[in-house]
Design a protein around this ligand. Sequence first.
Ligand SMILES: Nc1ncnc2c1ncn2[C@@H]1O[C@H](COP(=O)(O)OP(=O)(O)OP(=O)(O)O)[C@@H](O)[C@H]1O
Length: 228
Amino acid sequence: MTPAGSLLVAQDLRKTYGSTPALDGASFSVHPGEVVAVMGPSGSGKSTLLHCLAGIVTPDEGTITYAGRELSAMSDAERSALRRSDFGFVFQFGQLVPELTCLENVALPLRLNGVRRKAAELTARRWLERLEVEDVAGKRPGEVSGGQGQRVAVARALAGSPKVVFADEPTGALDSLNGERVMELLTESARSENTAVVLVTHEARVAAYSDRDVVVRDGRARDLEFAV
Ligand SMILES: Nc1ncnc2c1ncn2[C@@H]1O[C@H](COP(=O)(O)OP(=O)(O)OP(=O)(O)O)[C@@H](O)[C@H]1O
């Protein structure tokens, strides 16, 4: 794989849980602003790959380089700071803080990065508008629908102007209409901000929003165009 111009590059990752191999020589790269779908059967290692790329899980072997810096060479504190400043996350569910309003949830990553409350909430409100859920700003996550909650989660992932958004089955809990709209809004917003998206999904309908598909099988990843 030629990582030239790539923002995030993983080479030959291996990760074993006990005696279960989750990654077995997986390589991956994503360019700035590129939307890549990571597909593959259940248990093939997609989530493990995403967690390694995001610096949440440390691989047993292999290297991950983000913007020219190797993740394994960073301290835990540096990796956490990088996640806060450069990465955004959208998961299937349960990611919003239940005690906070939707507006406060979207503002949270900005606040953690030192942005003042007023400025953070102004930005958060703009993102809620962009995701067409400004009407739930004052509600708590428990008071909104699944589709609204996922839009709030996408707003939160993008509000801090991340360089990469990691999305693990972001529409898995939604009906198809809501799922498609969330994907449209996520990919449109990311493309307009030049934010890369690493999207784990097992649904071809969701992967259709990507620029490129990577298939993970038995812990190994390869580009779909090369796989056929
Ligand atoms: N924390 C963990 N502890 C033990 N085994 C794990 C852990 N995380 C993943 N595994 C195992 O590693 C393998 C790869 O799992 P992973 O979740 O990465 O696959 P996946 O492709 O994302 O699956 P799915 O589509 O079902 O979410 C599986 O065999 C899984 O059981």
